[in-house]
Structure formats: structure tokens, C-alpha cells
Design a protein around this ligand. Structure first.
Ligand code: SAM
Length: 268
């Protein structure tokens, strides 16, 4: 099932949550000189134009990044502003591009994207200088399991499925458990939407018992559809709580604590 296209959603409130937290985590993981492996199970095309018909149709980017002026002094702001300087003010970086801009020559990226057009776009977006990048047009769960444990063994895996079907929630949990069986020290960041149907509960339940932190936020003004965004972080590195909280702090009021206060950064 490949009908989801991130171009309709790039730069929305959920992307702010995921991308700011990702930038903060990568900044913390790159303090040590030792290299790391960055893996994405579901990469998307890496670079978006927010003037596109897709972005205009949903208006999600206008209600997300369109209302923010990210600060260059933050990892997310640094990556976003580098992309704008190179590709124009309406460009928006996907997670692979943010990672590529924040990683170093001693690091490596392994990206999976199954959709033919998104994969081709990702290959174009990732061309040029930077840390070594491998891009695979294959199922991201299969590909990530096949490489685990990678060299370097230090690393972060972003799990960002499109959740087009219900089965993707438990499948993401099963994947994380299988990955950790092969690569126990992997830092794993899983994104999920908060919908009225509460489907994410199956994913969260599937990860219970792991050393995981969970950060859920409400999206200001969203009353139907996706009303919030969630992140689960397994093997949280030092400073992770602040990294997760940064998304809310830097979102200019777009990301809010959930009603009832549950659950901010904390354990599952
Ligand atoms: N991580 C991206 C970002 O934040 O910029 C967004 C990724 S988007 C939510 C999910 C992507 O997964 C889509 O581009 C879709 O084509 C791709 N996809 C769907 N099924 C896949 C699979 N089994 N393996 C790899 N990629 C898949």
C-alpha cells in the first residue's frame, strides 16, 4: 500500500515535533567524536517545496512551519535555514536531509524508501557532498533488520511509517523488538499520530517493558483527524528529556501539553 505521500503533510505540526526532536538528539549524539550510523525505515523524498499543489491542498505546512521562524542557534533551525539558503525560502527538509546536514564525515546514513517516485526524489535530494549515504528502495523494516548491527554500532534509527493501515502500529512495535534483539544498543525514535481512534495504544503496548521514553503533544487548534503527535524513544541518550521537551519549547505554541498532562517526556 503506497498511496501516502508526505508532500501533503511536510512541514506540518507533527513534522515540527519529530524534526525538532530529531535535530536535538543528533546534536547530543554527535558530541563524541566516534562515528555513528543513522538509519531511516521510511525516509520520504528528503526535500519538499511548500508552494506545491499538495501542500496548498491541505494547508498543513501553513499552520505548521509557516507560523515559525526557527532560530539558527538550534539544530533544527540550522538545518532548515541551510536548506532555505540553498533551495529557496519555500523549501522544507525531510528527516533524511536534516540528518545529513547535522551529521559528520565519520558518520553514515542508511535510508529506506519503497515508493518509486519518492525514492527517485530522495536520490536527487541526497546528491552532493556530506557524510556517506546509502539509499535502498526496499521495505524499511526488512532492510534495517538486514543491516543490524551496523558498523559503526553506535547509532539512531528513525521509524516513521505512514500508518495507512491499522496493522502498521503493531508491526512497528514488532520491528523495534526484532531490531533490538540484533542491535541492543540502538537508539530508536518512533513517531506516531494521535487520532480519535487511539490506534497508537497498540504500538505503545507492544513496546511496554523496554527502556523507552514517551512524549505526546496536542496540536493547537486541531479538533478532528490528527489531534496530536507522539514520539517513543528507546535507549534514550544522555539529555534526551531536554531534547524531547525542546520540540514543545521551540514550536511557538503549536505543540501543547496534552489535556490531563499525560504523558510528557517520561517512561512508558
Ligand atoms: N521520515 C520522513 C520525514 O520525516 O521527512 C517522512 C516519511 S513518510 C511519513 C513515510 C514514507 O514511507 C513515505 O514516503 C512512503 O512512500 C514510505 N513507505 C511506505 N511503505 C514503506 C515501506 N514498507 N518501506 C519503506 N518506505 C515505505
Amino acid at each position: 500500500m503506497l498511496s501516502y505521500q508526505h508532500a501533503y503533510h511536510a512541514g506540518n505540526a507533527a513534522d515540527l515535533h519529530k524534526h525538532i526532536a530529531l535535530g536535538e538528539l543528533l546534536a547530543r549524539l554527535t558530541v563524541k567524536a566516534r562515528g555513528l550510523t543513522y538509519v531511516e525505515t521510511h525516509a520520504g523524498r528528503g526535500l519538499y517545496d511548500l508552494r506545491s499543489a499538495e501542500a496548498a491542498k491541505t494547508g498543513e505546512a501553513a499552520r505548521g512551519i509557516g507560523r515559525l521562524a526557527p532560530d539558527d542557534a538550534t539544530p533544527y533551525g540550522e538545518a532548515l535555514n541551510a536548506v532555505r539558503a540553498r533551495h529557496g525560502p519555500s523549501s522544507y527538509p525531510g528527516s533524511p536531509m536534516i540528518a545529513r546536514l547535522l551529521l559528520r564525515p565519520q558518520d553514515r546514513l542508511v535510508l529506506h524508501e519503497l515508493h518509486p517516485a519518492e525514492h527517485a526524489g530522495l536520490v536527487r535530494a541526497m546528491a552532493g557532498s556530506g557524510p556517506p549515504v546509502a539509499i535502498h528502495r526496499r521495505d524499511g523494516f526488512e532492510g534495517s533488520l538486514a543491516l543490524a548491527p551496523p558498523d559503526p554500532r553506535r547509532g539512531l534509527v528513525l521509524v516513521d511509517p505512514s500508518y495507512e493501515v491499522k496493522a502498521e502500529y503493531p508491526a512497528a512495535a514488532t520491528f523495534v523488538r526484532r531490531l533490538l534483539a540484533r542491535w541492543p544498543e540502538a537508539v530508536v525514535l518512533v513517531w506516531y499520530p494521535l487520532l480519535a481512534a487511539g490506534r497508537h495504544t497498540e504500538l505503545v503496548a507492544g513496546l511496554r517493558g523496554l527502556r523507552a521514553r514517551r512524549d505526546e503533544v496536542a496540536i493547537a487548534g486541531a479538533r478532528t483527524g490528527m489531534t496530536g503527535s507522539g514520539l517513543l524513544l528507546v535507549n534514550a541518550p544522555h539529555g534526551a528529556e531536554r531534547a524531547l521537551a525542546a520540540a514543545r519549547a521551540q514550536s511557538g505554541g503549536i505543540l501543547l501539553p496534552l489535556a490531563g498532562g499525560h504523558p510528557g517526556p517520561g517512561r512508558t
